[in-house]
Design a binder for this molecule. Structure first.
Ligand code: HEC
Ligand code: HEC
Length: 293
């Protein structure tokens, strides 16, 4: 908090001559929104309800500025120090600790707080989070989700098929990828429908962010994908055997020749997609940066 204040004092004294130098301080509002989208929106909405972390609408009224500035860069340190508010928040979050945001300068922390305050006053913040319908999932949703995950149906953003990097249920047998974690139980791990949907709309991890940052999944795709992941978690990965065979037969008109052709086509696509993708996604670079997982 010291240095932004210092900057302002300096700006004031240097008056008109310093205008050009002081201007970037206001440009921060934009940067803060972009930073929030990348690093905070997967866990927090502003006015859209709780995800992994609390809804931040009005947080600047609940907490004072100095506390927020101490909390943001290193939430765990504050919990460890026995701070009562941080401890209570941590308990309400069922033991999930907010990770320290990457490359958070004091100036950015300050800009974030102002941005959250301004967004809280709007009737509808742009950070209410993705609004997917609450209607019960249907069998069609599950089928469409399965098809999207496997790359049978292309995504509107032309992002790569999830299966080129992930396994799910028994799909490892077909050559599901090993770059990303197994998704069979991810519906439970990422705490259900709403949190998973928001996570997918703004993935917070390095690889997922570099793959889907520019071509994000759309709400009409996220709903069926979440439906499929819910089903998969319920079945606990038993979606192999009959389900798999039925899927193959349906997709291929039930001929054995088709089956073989499919297997080959799948492997080709898998190879074609995965190599360049990994490079493009900057696998090494993402890891080196450490992300905010
Ligand atoms: C991985 C999920 C996650 C990410 C990413 C995350 N937070 Fe949090 N945040 C939490 C959780 C969980 C809590 C509740 C405290 C705890 O358990 O550590 C929290 C608490 C907070 C609080 C206190 C809320 C209150 O009611 O007092 C603020 C403010 C906050 N986060 C802001 C941010 C900002 C700004 C970012 C991005 C720079 C961010 N968080 C990124 C999970 C996250
Ligand atoms: C280019 C490879 C790649 C593609 C394509 C991909 N993922 Fe991922 N995914 C990863 C990696 C690697 C991780 C681990 C975290 C990270 O580094 O981003 C991950 C993590 C995840 C997670 C979090 C898992 C957890 O246990 O926390 C989810 C959910 C997820 N991916 C869903 C999807 C979905 C849905 C698709 C398709 C729309 C998809 N991914 C496509 C590589 C990929």
């Amino acid at each position: 908090m010291n240095w932004p204040l210092g900057v302002w004092r300096w700006c004031a004294s240097a008056a008109v001559a310093a205008l050009a130098v002081c201007a970037p301080a206001t440009a921060h509002a934009q940067d803060a929104a972009a930073y929030f989208q990348q690093n905070c929106a997967s866990c927090h909405t502003i006015g859209g309800g709780r995800l992994t972390g609390p809804d931040l609408k009005g947080v600047t009224e609940r907490r004072d500025h100095a506390w927020l500035l101490r909390y943001l860069p290193d939430p765990k340190a504050l919990i460890d120090s026995g701070d009562p508010i941080a401890t209570q928040l941590f308990q309400e979050a069922r033991g999930v600790i907010m990770p320290p945001p990457p490359l958070l300068t004091p100036a950015m922390a300050d800009a974030l707080i102002s941005m959250i305050e301004a967004e809280s006053k709007l009737e509808k913040s742009r950070f209410v989070g993705i609004q997917i319908s609450d209607r019960p999932f249907t069998a069609q949703d599950v089928a469409r989700g399965r098809s999207l995950v496997r790359g049978e149906t292309a995504q509107t953003g032309s992002g790569p098929a999830c299966m080129s990097c992930h396994t799910l249920g028994g799909v490892g047998a077909l050559g599901g990828g090993r770059i990303g974690p197994d998704l069979t139980k991810v519906y439970e791990r990422l705490q259900g429908r709403k949190a998973l949907a928001v996570w997918l709309s703004a993935p917070a991890t390095p690889m997922m962010r570099s793959v889907f940052g520019r071509t994000p999944l759309q709400a009409e795709e996220i709903l069926p994908i979440v439906a499929y992941l819910e089903r998969s978690a319920q079945q606990g990965g038993e979606d192999t055997g009959v389900g798999m065979v039925t899927f193959l037969l349906l997709g291929l008109g039930g001929t054995a020749v088709g089956l073989l052709a499919f297997d080959g086509a799948w492997r080709n696509r898998f190879r074609a997609v995965r190599g360049p993708l990994v490079e493009e996604a900057g696998f090494g670079r993402g890891r080196a940066r450490g992300g905010n997982q």
